[in-house]
Design a protein around this ligand. Structure first.
Ligand code: 5GP
Length: 180
């Protein structure tokens, strides 16, 4: 699998360190709060799993699934809920945990949807941010790394369902797309 990667942007060590920093920040910001992390399937799972263990507070987490790009590398702009939350979040302090914000369309929809359930507070943590591609004005409160307009895989991010289990984040070789 590693031979399909053209360039590693963020090593496992860089990711681990950044997640610890974000976890410490959340630990400071959410003292005495009723914290719920909402992980977005499937890409947000590795970040969620690492982040909850970097937060030194009582918390709960739940999962939501929204429609993704499928095997394409560009956003379709349509968002559909495939799996909803199991728990109520009214009156609670919610952080949405995402893999990446690109156009912001997915998150814009999610924020509206979750806000309508009346949490006390609602913030966003994302591992990666591509601000140059934004179609919606969204600024995550907790952000791992900013990246330019490149398509990346690893640490939860896929191409056609694969590469999510890479422990680093990198750019695929062009020939991998051309095979499709
Ligand atoms: P947005 O709605 O912000 O355009 O897109 C968010 C979703 O698009 C992410 O949750 C992710 O599934 C997918 N996405 C955006 N950019 C990339 C990328 O560079 N690599 C991969 N694998 N998925 C991406």
């Amino acid at each position: 699998m590693n031979q399909d990667i053209k360039e590693v942007l963020f090593s496992k060590e860089m990711i681990d360190q950044r997640v610890q920093e974000i976890g410490s920040k959340i630990t400071k910001d959410y003292q005495m709060k009723d914290l719920v992390l909402v992980g977005i399937l499937k890409g947000g799972v590795p970040f969620l799993a690492d982040l909850i263990r970097a937060i030194d507070l009582p918390l709960e987490y739940d999962l939501m699934a929204v429609s993704s790009y499928g095997a394409s590398t560009k956003s379709s702009g349509t968002v559909k809920i495939m799996k909803d939350l199991d728990m109520g979040i009214e009156g609670r302090d919610v952080i949405i945990v995402e893999d990446i914000i690109d156009t912001g369309l997915t998150l814009h929809y999610l924020l509206q949807n979750i806000r309508s359930r009346r949490p006390t507070s609602l913030k966003v943590a994302t591992m990666l941010d591509k601000p140059s591609q934004r179609k919606m004005q969204i600024q995550p409160e907790y952000n791992g790394f900013e990246i330019p307009d490149v398509f990346v895989v690893g640490y939860g991010l896929d191409y056609a369902g694969k590469y999510r289990n890479l422990p680093f984040i990198g750019i695929l070789k062009e020939e991998i797309y051309q095979k499709k």
